[in-house]
Design a protein around this ligand. Sequence first.
Ligand code: PLP
Ligand code: COI
Length: 353
Amino acid sequence: MDIKFVKADVLKEKPESSTLGFGKFFTDYMFMMDYSREDGWHDARIVPFAPIALHPASTVLHYGSEIFEGLKAYRTADGSVQLFRPMENIRRMNTSADRLCLPQIPEDLALQVLTEFVKVEQDWTPSAEGTSLYLRPFMFGNDETLGVHAVHNATYVIIASPVGSYYKEGINPVKIMIEDEDVRAVRGGTGYAKCGGNYAASNRAGERAEKKGYSQVLWLDGVERKYIEEVGAMNVMFKIGDEIVTPMLSGSILPGITRKSCLEVLRQKGYKVSERLISIDELAEAMQNGTLQEAWGCGTAAVISPIGELCYKDVKYAVNNGEIGETTQMLYDTLTGIQWGKIEDTFNWTVKL
Ligand code: PLP
Ligand code: COI
């Protein structure tokens, strides 16, 4: 598809890498295209980054018809820029679209517009240690009527933000609160889709956790409130004895691309890995008897984030004395090594621009 380019009058100053944080700065341009049932995807354009005008009855403003993705472009030592497993994000976007009755984007079109947009903005990819260009594709339903039904019109946008670490702790261990009141998702719902509504429903527990000094919450399943699910913006893994355990994909958690990559690295290195149900009782017991050796979260924004403390029903448990464990460090080094092109990508995960 042809992509129209509208040049910005002035380009922005690029921020100092020490000030980046997460999602505070945006590049000069954004990608947009529109969908209608009659015309399919059309009007692909890269335009100056600016507010988007919406009809006050637009579906997204009333019925939460929105999905998104998150992936990163990395600056390698030779100055080139590469993406990490972009087809995984493109496929997950279409899975989310299917759940929310939003239109599919053909995979080759999605890859074309993503790479053309990143090529335009590649100078924004920072080079300081631990920084990258976070890419946020998103799609929303955009019918101009108040009826509740699958939309006939949608808009797809990609914005980009130079980022440092997601948590203020960086690679240092974070404190996580296990939530036993609110739930995030249930099987049959939208937990496996990356849709805005899941995050809106998470905010109340997140706020409560932050007030108590925790970075995020760890969700339990929505039916029995018994099984571990995932953390607010990452999947979760535990090392209990000599077994690495992570909740299986049951429909209520996000099938994380970092999760999938960690499992592939762990299996290749010969670790004993299980994707299975983990009850809060099993975890509490492992915390009490000291067999819980490590816990970490994994996600694109958070990368690999060691968990140094878990709090459940107001009882606090230190994990690995609040220090980063050996397996957590190995995963961090391997994934970031591949992402920043410091170690050989034997998995073929990276895509050069
Ligand atoms: N779980 C949730 C709820 C998330 O928001 C994320 C972040 O994208 C993840 C897990 C990790 O997914 P990924 O590794 O694909 O970024
Ligand atoms: C990501 O890791 O890309 C995410 O989407 C997490 C986000 C909710 C900040």
